[in-house]
Design a protein around this ligand. Structure first.
Ligand code: SAJ
Length: 417
């Protein structure tokens, strides 16, 4: 099967790089996004997100004419859905974006098309996509996961992204992929599509298995980070440097403890474990506890900062970094933001935020008299205490002289204290 025209729905951290890389291979790609600013910026050849080399690839694909962006899907040979799947306040999966994206492609679907769900979804969501499409298009036959060998007009599969923000373009090409089809031929067809860009192995399975595989990967990481964070909670009050414990324990050939930090952020690891828990609330105590351990870390860090002598004497506190991890602009679910919020609950000192990747403070911190966004240089001049929250490269260059005389909490182990 040849894919001459692909429509990518959702041009965010996953959809845009995927669209741009497919287009860079000469395939005609139409990117679709509900945000007109995103559409305009991509059509001008400028990505709206920060990711190494993405600007070059997007610019190249747009100038060649192989990538265009628009607000509505058009007829194509394949549709890749890469929209957010957040959770609700009671930690249930929110499939409203997936539903809207699915329904938006229904009118343009035709016999022989492929629909791929790349978004991370709870188990059963790819089947649900098939049901939404079947309701909208009674004239087409969709695959039946309970009878995967029966004939259908349109293929549907789940091919979850596995790319690490900050390394997206590399990992998009190099990582293995797990592809799960609703019908037997759906995974094979999807493998052909991704074969145009993916150099890693592609492992074929059912859609439900692929859904749980993806969630398991992120839950695995969350549980392991929670272990490291719990060790930090134990070591600190005992006067032991937790990073020494982790480093020395990891000399054991079968031990590999991850790094403690201010908590776990991002739209994936902090969210996806709840999708497993939502499917089996009574059978996931470990996964749920890990989430709670990681979610409690910003409060633990805020307690440490509040106890610093300089802070108790009223000094301004410089909070370095708001994004959820180094050298990216992604603030979603960021524990660094929660540390600043928790600090405000504990102390009345002026808080100075340094985040080189944003121009304005995010909603929960903006418009507050006691929280200001400053350059690193100005913050270091004004603050008596410094808490390093995100390990941006710019912060690792802060010298011992610049830190001298200040009380420090380094949540990432960047500085030799
Ligand atoms: N973190 C720690 N300690 C560590 C490692 C990470 O505290 O030892 C924190 C980070 O600072 C960050 C959070 O965890 O706040 C998550 O960061 P991350 O770099 O581990 O992962 P993400 O969320 O950027 O990307 C993950 C990846 N999943 C896995 O590594 C299993 C990526 O491959 C997925 O594609 C992505 O989620 C996703 O989109 O699902």
């Amino acid at each position: 099967m040849a894919f001459e025209h692909i429509c990518v729905i959702g041009l965010g951290y996953v959809g845009l790089p995927t669209a741009a890389v497919l287009a860079s291979r000469g395939i005609r790609v139409t990117g679709v996004d509900v945000n007109p600013k995103t559409v305009d910026s991509i059509n001008a050849g400028k990505p709206h997100i920060i990711e190494p080399d993405l600007d070059m690839v997007v610019h190249g694909a747009v100038s060649k004419g192989s990538l265009t962006a628009r607000a509505e899907p058009v007829a194509a040979d394949a549709f890749i859905i890469a929209v957010p799947t957040p959770f609700t306040q009671d930690r249930q999966p929110d499939l409203s974006f997936l539903e809207a994206a699915t329904k938006s492609i229904a009118p343009v679907l035709k016999q022989g098309d492929l629909v791929v769900v790349e978004s991370t979804v709870p188990v059963g969501a790819t089947r649900q996509v098939g049901e939404w499409l079947a309701q909208a298009r009674g004239d087409l036959v969709f695959p039946d996961p309970d009878a995967p060998d029966t004939a259908h007009d349109v293929c549907i599969a789940h091919s979850p992204e596995r790319v690490l923000p900050g390394r997206v373009l590399l990992e998009l090409v190099r990582n293995d992929r797990v592809i799960g089809g609703l019908g037997h031929d759906c995974a094979t067809c999807t493998k052909t599509l991704y074969g145009t860009v993916v150099e890693g192995n592609m492992h074929l399975t059912t859609a439900a298995t692929a859904e749980l595989v993806k969630l398991s990967e992120n839950a695995f990481r969350d549980v392991n980070i929670a272990f490291a964070n719990e060790l930090a909670n134990v070591a600190g009050p005992l006067g032991i440097e937790v990073r020494d414990v982790v480093r020395l324990a990891n000399y054991h050939p079968r031990v590999n403890i991850l790094n403690p930090g201010p908590g776990v952020g991002g739209h994936c690891i902090a969210v996806d474990p709840w999708f497993i828990a939502a499917s089996a609330p009574d059978r996931t105590p470990l996964i749920q506890t890990a989430r709670r351990v990681n979610d409690a870390r910003p409060g633990v860090i805020a307690d440490q900062v509040a106890a610093l002598p300089a802070v108790q004497n009223g000094a301004a506190v410089a909070c370095l970094g708001l994004s959820y991890k180094a050298d990216i602009d992604d603030l979603r679910e960021s524990p660094s933001i929660h540390v600043v919020e928790e600090l405000r609950k504990r102390i009345g000192n002026p808080l100075i935020v340094v985040e080189p990747h944003v121009e304005n403070l995010p909603g929960s911190l903006s418009g507050l008299a006691d929280v200001r966004l400053m350059t690193l240089e100005d913050a270091l001049k004004s603050a008596g205490a410094v808490v390093l929250l995100t390990d941006h490269k710019a912060f690792s260059n802060v010298t011992a002289e610049q830190r001298a005389g200040k009380d420090i909490v380094d949540t990432r182990g960047v500085w030799k204290l």
